[in-house]
Write a protein that binds this ligand. Sequence first.
Ligand code: FEO
Ligand code: CA
Ligand code: CA
Ligand code: CA
Length: 570
Amino acid sequence: RPAGAVAADRFGFDAIAANTLDTVTVPEGYEWKMLVSWGDPLWSDVPAFDPATRGTAESQARAFGDNNDGMALFERDGTTVIAVNNEYTNRDIIWGNRPEGKPADADDLRKGMMAHGVSVMEIRAGDEGWSVIQDSPLNRRITPMTDMTLTGPAAGHELLRTAADPEGTTARGTWNNCGNGRTPWGTYLTCEENFNGYFSASQDGFEPVAELKRYGISDKDWGYGWAAIDARFDVSQEPNEPNRAGYVVEVDPFDPQSTPRKLTALGRFKHENAELVMTGDGRAVVYMGDDERGEFLYRFVSDPPEAGAKAGPALLEKGTLYAARFTDDQTGRWLPLTPETTGMTEAEICIHTRQAASSVGATTMDRPEWVASHPERAEVYVALTNNKNRGLKPNAGGDETPVGGPNPREANVYGQILRWRPADEDHTSDEFAWDLFALAGNPEVHDGPKAGSDNINAGNMFNSPDGMSFDRRGMLWIQTDGKYSNEGDFAGMGNNQMLVGDTTTGEIRRFLVGPRECEVTGMMWAPDGKTVFVGIQHPGEDGNSAFPGTQGVPRSGIVAVRRTDGAQIA
Ligand code: FEO
Ligand code: CA
Ligand code: CA
Ligand code: CA
């Protein structure tokens, strides 16, 4: 082939080697550029990102948030809007202009808070590729201060009532938005993951109740300091506030005035993403992982729609939650979480979902991250990212984590990709068959289980699969959030990366390598399939990157990747 030409096989590219460069690397015949980075203003009256100050609360509230993760693209009447999660912020970086990287005042704390949430932006394609349209009336920042409606069985429950919301029906804000989903009716689903790390207690010796400890709530936050600027994050003052987070939230990307809806029917846990599949009879099935060592994999099946009703938000307000049980013979079962099976009310199941799943004997998993459903066949994949505690100790308040089934390795440092096929090719079946699509490992360093499955080799090694989604051809895109030491167990793996898997043959090829100390997470496609947008999160989290530029301050962002010949990628 001529130089610069791309492979003509099903993958459409030649695999690239691992590396530890501080840039994005793509295959021969492809190119990339930044679409948007942390702190880029969404409105023209906001100052450009300033590496000396790293912005203020006011500028950050009207600029692209930090640590972008899940994202989706929506089109209507020729207008393109993207919704992007801003999961969290690297405190050493956002406050890196202050002594020892510590917040100096309340504005610093508010700036950190405003870096969280969701950024909604209009984008447009021009001669130079895609760009963000500043001042579009569709641009919006959703933050931990945005008013939201609580929907579903738990709305109004006493566990959701607070001083600010005595009815328990309106919550404020969303934070730690990790993976995402989208609905056939054109809304964005943003998933609240590690919501616990923002709460603290002002009262000496305060002990959260066991129900909160199971979710990781303690008397100390992770350094965000939100209780100092907003008393609802002080659990000794407002013990129910943590019950109002940990949900999937539905956002209308085309209506900046709309009130986001927290969907309690989909359960409360550390949500990774929400993969929605429609059934032939108009029900929505949503697959969801709870990303914590030894927690569970879930399914929601909506109640049938009213006769003649179009698919819409009501489908995500009422239905049944299930947790998965896996058996060593490669079969499994969805266990319904109902008042009959759990002894809990419907509302309690939606608030204390982990406890409900424990009560029915679901299988503790190696940190379920993204779930991806095959576009052409009833086959679903989940990334089980890693679990250093597998076989050793349970999650706080959780269940034992024996080695076996889809979690076959003690102290699992590499992770695996599990798949299952619902019985009768029906996503509402309670039975399924499972196998492992890939067991990540290092065949250059280890023999046996730590070498990984047969489709892992010296040329495609990776660890900690995390983001996953299918393209419309049925190729599986796999993103990693793992160890990037490039030594020991991880020698030869380089920086975090994105790979493509052919789920029919099992072959996996590396497509992209991210800059130093990033994870690669979140992806979406331009409508013409000629550009794939990829998220680069927390480059330089340990202080060793200046990506994407020369300003010295590393910034998370979205890169747009296309072929140099302008042809379709997928
Ligand atoms: Fe935010 Fe489980 O990754
Ligand atoms: Ca993730
Ligand atoms: Ca991860
Ligand atoms: Ca992350």
